[in-house]
Design a protein around this ligand. Structure first.
Ligand code: ADP
Ligand code: ASP
Ligand code: MG
Length: 412
């Protein structure tokens, strides 16, 4: 007997047959005496469609209305799953974020969870009822009475699930998805990727934030903070998944555990920026004030002592706004801004890097062997990232996967 939070992603609830299959799975746990709470995503494709509707009506839209629209998909699946459970004789009730409530900050479109009131859910679970909670949504605390719906950013149901598991003090949080675990690289582009039976919170956090969308970054942050036992499993096959654990639970630490890529990158180069004290603050200050996150930064040495080029990366979605912010700043004195959306960030991640030399060298050599030019490099203790032209994404990821000895043996 355990208290379990299960989360089912979009493909796991993509149609009525799958919703019924999820209900049957949950019912088996209930029959075995487990206390269950379930988080659901919208049916596969629904959220994309809702986002697209918003863009069609208003290209730069009001984010509160965006949240009202895009949160709708999860309402449908939570109601349907609660019904499907009832059909199987399992007492169940759907819950929207505002009903629990799951309170968030007021950053609409990308809100953070501030708290979850778990008392009533716990009481109902103790009486055998299964709460079916709409993922991805909460209610902005700043207007608690008015209760405006807020969403947690794309992929946010993972975070809903982990936050709920922490609030309910669940024994574990199982994330059911369309892959049977966390792989050494996205199995959609690396056929020889291997499933990891365990991965540390730290590595999972880097992998998620560097592009592996199997878990939303914030869900891993929360799991790490609250020590939630987090597992990624297949909805469709009964196979052992990947457990996210503390470092001391890993028996054999690989130097590199995974290779990721993120296409959501753009590069902006400011040509001939005056080389004087305070210039970096003058460029990046207004961008930060506009809520624009800058990632990698390179500033070249100026040849003439007077001006230099500054290149940085940011999310593709924020590029137009960044250009707009900097355009209005003639006082910065740069010659021109050159945007480039044709880039991808490829990263290798591993705790073992801390104690092994030559990890970066192998990455650079492998890319060189494949004639791939590196535009920007950034490193931290457990990862190395490079920015390259987008058309080399698959080639680079596969080459690095092989170079670090991660390829699964060929079957047969
Ligand atoms: P869900 O709808 O269940 O939340 P997502 O599409 O958000 O599912 O996440 C699962 C997908 O993440 C997989 O289909 C896979 O293509 C992708 N993915 C990217 N990197 C990895 C990785 N390293 N391991 C497993 N899956 C990955
Ligand atoms: N349905 C939302 C999305 O597609 C949330 C999620 O699936 O986690 O982003
Ligand atoms: Mg997801």
């Amino acid at each position: 007997m355990a208290r379990i939070v299960q989360k089912y992603g979009g493909t796991s609830v993509a149609d009525i047959a799958r919703i019924k299959a999820v209900a049957a799975k949950v019912a088996r746990h209930v029959a075995a005496g487990d206390e269950m709470a379930v988080i659901v995503s919208a049916m596969a494709g629904t959220t994309n469609q809702l986002v697209d509707y918003c863009r069609q009506v208003s290209p730069v839209h009001d984010l509160r209305e965006y949240d009202t629209v895009v949160a709708a998909g999860e309402q449908v699946t939570s109601g349907l799953l609660a019904m499907a459970l009832q059909e199987l004789g399992v007492p169940a009730r759907s819950w929207m974020g505002w009903q629990i409530p799951v309170t968030t900050d007021a950053v609409h479109g990308n809100a953070r969870i501030l708290g979850i009131d778990s008392d009533e859910l716990l009481e109902r679970m103790a009486n055998g009822e299964v709460p079916v909670v709409a993922g991805f949504q909460g209610v902005a605390a700043a207007q608690a009475r008015a209760g405006r719906i807020a969403t947690l950013g794309r992929g946010g149901s993972d975070t809903s699930a982990v936050a709920l598991a922490a609030a309910l003090k669940a024994d574990r949080c199982d994330i059911y998805t369309d892959v049977d675990g966390v792989y050494t690289a996205d199995p959609r582009i690396v056929r020889r990727a291997r499933k990891l039976s365990r991965i540390t919170y730290e590595e999972m956090l880097e992998m998620a934030s560097l592009g592996a969308k199997v878990l939303q970054t914030r869900s891993v942050e929360l799991a790490m903070k609250h020590r939630v036992r987090l597992q990624v499993l297949s909805s469709f096959e009964d196979l052992p998944g990947t457990l996210v654990v503390d470092e001391d639970e890993i028996v054999e630490q690989e130097v590199v555990s995974g290779v990721t890529y993120s296409r959501d990158e753009a590069k902006l180069t400011l040509v001939r920026v005056p080389d004087r004290p305070g210039i970096a603050a003058a460029i990046f200050g207004p961008l930060a004030d506009a809520g624009i996150n800058v990632d990698m930064i390179v500033q070249n040495v100026s040849e003439d002592g007077r001006s230099t080029d500054v290149t940085f990366t940011l999310s593709k979605a924020e590029l137009p706004r960044a250009v707009q912010v900097l355009k209005g700043r003639d006082d910065l004195g740069f010659e021109r801004a050159v945007p480039d959306e044709n880039v991808v960030k490829v990263s290798v991640i591993g705790m073992g890097m801390r104690s092994h030399a030559g990890v970066a060298k192998r990455m650079f050599q492998s890319l060189a062997d494949n004639n791939i030019n590196i535009q920007v490099i950034s490193t931290s203790e457990i990862k190395i990232s490079v920015l390259i032209a987008e058309q080399y994404t698959e080639l680079a990821v596969r080459a690095l996967h092989t170079a670090y000895g991660l390829d699964a043996p060929i079957a047969g």
